[in-house]
Design a protein around this ligand. Structure first.
Ligand code: IYR
Length: 222
């Protein structure tokens, strides 16, 4: 058994209560401005910004600290084109045949369909993969834990970091997404989790007129 090693908690900051309240409220004001965007500008985005946002994502807590995520950042137009082609093929099936009526009804307020031009317009697609198992030092399989939860937490941080930097995102989940392994050359232990579209919103971007639940509806204090 490996013995645990401990260090004093590094870099923790305790704020005076007033400042804490102000920070909490300001953060909420910042994140509530985030909207999922489906209309993108082709304006380039600095790779260094994407790298920092990925570093932020990589600070997420994970089961047994396995950090079971891998992010593939796609900027190459030909690769984006192939991803769009494969995604639209799946989406056509979804919207025309696979989706049950109640699912289509639930999506109706969003106005989505099988056309995904943003997969080529936006400067970056970030394919998020979940490492179902890792490689042990002896070449065998190393079990990962709470993989979906861990990758979800990292992706949430990534979306928040990108928003904080002034970029728009779209959480896109073509289903099934196996084509991402093939196009991006990822190994079979990595399960595609979602595809994040990243860039500046188009000048004429519009978003669905939908609202968020008030706190009382989604939180209970006992
Ligand atoms: N993957 C499809 C359908 C879709 C599903 C859900 I759940 C959404 O919140 C939005 C869309 C698409 O991307 O169009």
């Amino acid at each position: 058994m490996t013995e645990p090693r401990f260090i004093p908690l590094p870099a923790y900051r305790r704020y005076p209560e007033e400042e804490m309240a102000r920070r909490a409220s300001e953060f909420y004001e910042e994140v509530r401005r985030r909207r999922t965007v489906r209309h993108y500008s082709d304006r380039p985005v600095s790779r260094a910004v994407i790298e920092d946002c990925l570093r932020a994502a990589g600070t997420a807590p994970s089961g047994a600290n396995r950090q079971p995520w891998h992010f593939v950042v796609v900027a190459e137009p030909e690769v984006k084109r192939r991803i769009r082609e494969a995604a639209e093929q799946e989406e056509r099936e979804f919207y025309r045949h696979r989706a049950p009526g109640d699912w289509l009804e639930a999506l109706a307020p969003l106005g989505t369909d099988e056309h995904k031009p943003f997969l080529e317009t936006a400067p970056y697609l970030i394919a998020v993969f979940a490492e179902r198992y890792g490689a042990a030092p002896d070449g065998g399989r190393e079990q990962n834990y709470y993989v979906t939860e861990s990758v979800g937490l990292a992706t949430g941080l990534l979306i928040t970091a990108l928003h904080h930097a002034g970029l728009a995102t779209l959480t896109h989940t073509p289903s099934p997404m196996g084509f991402l392994n093939e196009i991006l050359g990822r190994p079979p232990n990595e399960r595609p989790f979602l595809l994040l579209v990243v860039g500046y919103p188009a000048d004429d971007a519009v978003v669905p007129d939908i609202s968020r639940k008030p706190l009382e509806e989604f939180a209970t204090f006992v």
